[in-house]
Design a protein around this ligand. Sequence first.
Ligand SMILES: [Zn+2]
Length: 258
Amino acid sequence: MITHKNITIFFIFLLFLLNLLNLYITINFLWFLGIIVIWIAINAIGSSRISSNYHVKAFCNNPLITEKKIALTFDDGPSSYTLEVLALLKKYNAKATFFCIGKNIKAHPEIVKQIIAEGHLIGNHSYSHSKFFDFYNAEMIAEEIRKTDRLLEKLTSKKINFFRPPYGVTTPSIRRALQATGHKVIGWNIRSLDGGTKNKDLIFNRIIKRISPGGIVLLHDTAPHSVFVLEQFLQFLQENNYTVISIEELLNLKAYEN
Ligand SMILES: [Zn+2]
């Protein structure tokens, strides 16, 4: 399996071999440099793709599901737009999972309560969602996760089991932090990129092109264009006989510990 550990062992072995060979024939230093550059490139790709399982095991879909069933996830809330998302989900009788940011939970505790009361699931999406999260050490990351969990536990009386790393980026520090906190990482395989563009048609077409049974869709409950696309998308799912199921049902995992 291509994991950070296996790749690193392989590349250290390569460098060792090259060094050994260097005792008999002169090897140009560019070979050493090339190997290190390739190792860095593989790390960059592995870290940026949550589905690669490079640093941590992430649940991104369920390939065993063949019926038209998918799960919806909303990141970065709660915000005032979460209320519009909740109203739409109610209208279309769909249940979703909200990966909430700790500082936003602190600002909108009543929305978190409403999410739970309306039968949706909650996951942890760090406390700060800092741009520098991927440079934090394991202790800082574990503390962010625990701080957010404490807020959620107070509001929901539930011990949170799901974590989604900010930007879907994973690192060795995140792996170590998760070993300490014990959270399961939930990724996605259908990304709307609604955080990067406001073009509603582009977002909608991106999602429906990628839709397939057992998939997990990533959306955001933080902007008006995302809410607009959600209604179009829920209509599309209804017209195409797709059923929206929870992450718990799709992955056969528990969102909370007792
Ligand atoms: Zn996010």
